[in-house]
Ligand binder design. Structure first.
Ligand code: TYD
Ligand code: MG
Length: 452
């Protein structure tokens, strides 16, 4: 009998070792080395048909055609945007996210809407369960095949039969290949299955969407290596208690990673939110103190979001500072600036700050709205709901310019705001505005303009 061969793999970065050690020398993680069975068998190709026998030929650089890449339209504006215009043929897209966030729903919904033949391979749910979900999504489709299978060799056999235009794998952690002995979900299995899929995708120009689980700390399970192997890594996130879900690109070989897609989870699936600013601003008739609207950008996309602040007298010796969706250090800095430049004794106040909608945004242009929300709550003077803000606040209390201010102004105008406060030395090329653009240069002016 052949001796079974084992090797040790780091479950975090995939490095292979001959024997067990406590700390991975590559990624410095402790206790991540696990013994796995490896058995080298004669490798066959993903299939033995003609396409796999094609050999790549070198081309002179001027012979390589650079015609615009054809992309498969996913029929989902948000997904298209995040992918950079659609699915690139032959690419591998990895979609990660917490359990129950809606990955399977998103992908199934896409598969049902597509005019192309899709093969949805599920290792997690039965065909019946998927059918029930599809009924709920209420998108009857002729071209969507559902397969419950976890062995890659069998999957490829079915692919040869159905000849799909797009393949979906839910999820990569459930797959296993005959070429490797270790259990499904282990590093060597994930690596092997993914490389088989990559080979298939590149040779047949079929795009593949992989769903990946993520670990407790938020990274895609097992595989940093998986992220290296695929072309695009998408992350589906959001608080499960909120109905909004955000799709981001963490890596994209064919587009920008700055784009963002927003969805709303409803009883019959995910709805694309094409105008996110509307949902992020609460529709209160009477303005309340402590809220201010910021004109931010997430990627290339302008977003108007509502900042809420609550300033109250500190009950305990050390005042509390609590934020949701905003950097706490940045809040402390802004409070110090207010203390110094505007003479507010915020040191004896508790300050709570919240960005509505449960999203977190990292944009210096939020500063001004944060400052205004805090002051508004402190004085208990509401800000008219037609006013919004887009500027950074510097340590000296100066109001600083932000990038692409025109786009923010345009979005504010589109949503019916009548006044926007921006930094005085921001270059604005936006011509003929209907919205009133207020230029300010320091915090003191802002206080006079809004609260005196
Ligand atoms: P699912 O796609 O199974 O999540 P994942 O694949 O990321 O684990 O999402 C399941 C959740 O979505 C579940 O909590 C129910 C909810 N859901 C809806 O609210 N509406 C729907 O139409 C569907 C299909 C699911
Ligand atoms: Mg799922």
């Amino acid at each position: 009998m052949a001796k079974t061969k084992t090797a040790y793999f780091c479950q975090s970065c995939g490095t292979q070792y001959a024997k067990w050690i406590g700390q991975c020398t590559a990624c410095k993680q402790w206790n991540t080395i696990v013994e796995e069975l490896v058995q080298k068998t004669v490798k066959t190709d993903w299939t033995n048909n003609e396409t796999s026998k094609k050999v790549a030929q070198p081309l002179r650089i001027h012979e390589i055609s650079t015609e615009k890449e054809v992309r498969l339209n996913t029929q989902d504006l948000e997904l298209n945007r995040v992918l950079g215009g659609g699915l690139v043929p032959g690419s591998l897209v990895l979609l990660g996210g917490e359990p129950g966030i809606g990955k399977s729903t998103l992908v199934l919904q896409m598969a049902l809407k597509l005019p192309y033949t899709t093969l949805y391979v599920s290792g997690e749910e039965s065909q019946k369960q998927i059918k029930m979900r599809a009924d709920r999504l209420n998108e009857p489709s002729e071209n969507c095949y559902i397969l419950t299978e976890t062995k890659t060799q069998n999957i490829f056999r079915q692919i040869v039969k159905t000849e799909p235009d797009i393949v979906v794998i839910d999820s990569i952690q459930t797959l296993h290949s005959d070429h490797i002995e270790s259990a499904a979900g282990s590093i060597s299995q994930i690596r092997e299955c993914t490389s088989e899929l990559i080979k298939f995708a590149k040779e047949t120009h079929t795009p593949i969407l992989l769903i990946g689980h993520i670990t407790k700390d938020g990274s895609i399970a097992g595989p940093k290596i998986l992220e290296h192997m695929v072309d695009t890594v998408l992350q589906f996130e959001g608080d499960r208690n909120y109905v909004y879900r955000i799709l981001r690109a963490l890596k994209n070989r064919f587009g920008s990673t700055a784009e963002l897609g927003i969805y709303e989870m409803q009883g019959n699936g995910l709805r694309e939110v094409n105008n996110p600013s509307e949902i992020l601003i609460s529709k209160n008739d009477s303005p309340r103190s402590g809220t201010a609207i910021a004109g931010t950008l997430e990627g290339m996309r302008p977003l108007m979001i509502e900042i809420q602040a609550l300033v109250s007298t500190a009950v305990y010796g050390t005042p509390q500072r609590s934020t949701t969706g905003f950097n706490a250090k940045r809040l402390n800095m802004l409070l110090a600036v207010l203390e110094k430049r505007a003479g507010f004794k915020l040191g004896v106040k508790d300050v709570f700050l919240n960005i509505t909608g449960g999203i977190s945004i990292d944009d210096p242009a939020l500063d001004l709205a944060v400052v205004v929300a805090i002051l508004s709550s402190n004085f208990d003077i509401p800000i008219a709901k037609e006013i919004c803000f887009a500027a950074e606040v510097g340590l000296a209390g100066e109001i600083r310019p932000v990038q692409r201010v025109d786009q923010r102004i345009l979005e504010a105008e589109k949503l019916g705001f009548t006044t926007i406060y921006v930094a005085k030395n921001n270059t604005i090329t936006f011509t003929d505005p209907k919205i009133k653009i207020q230029l300010i240069s320091k915090i003191e002016d802002l206080v006079i303009a809004l609260f005196r």
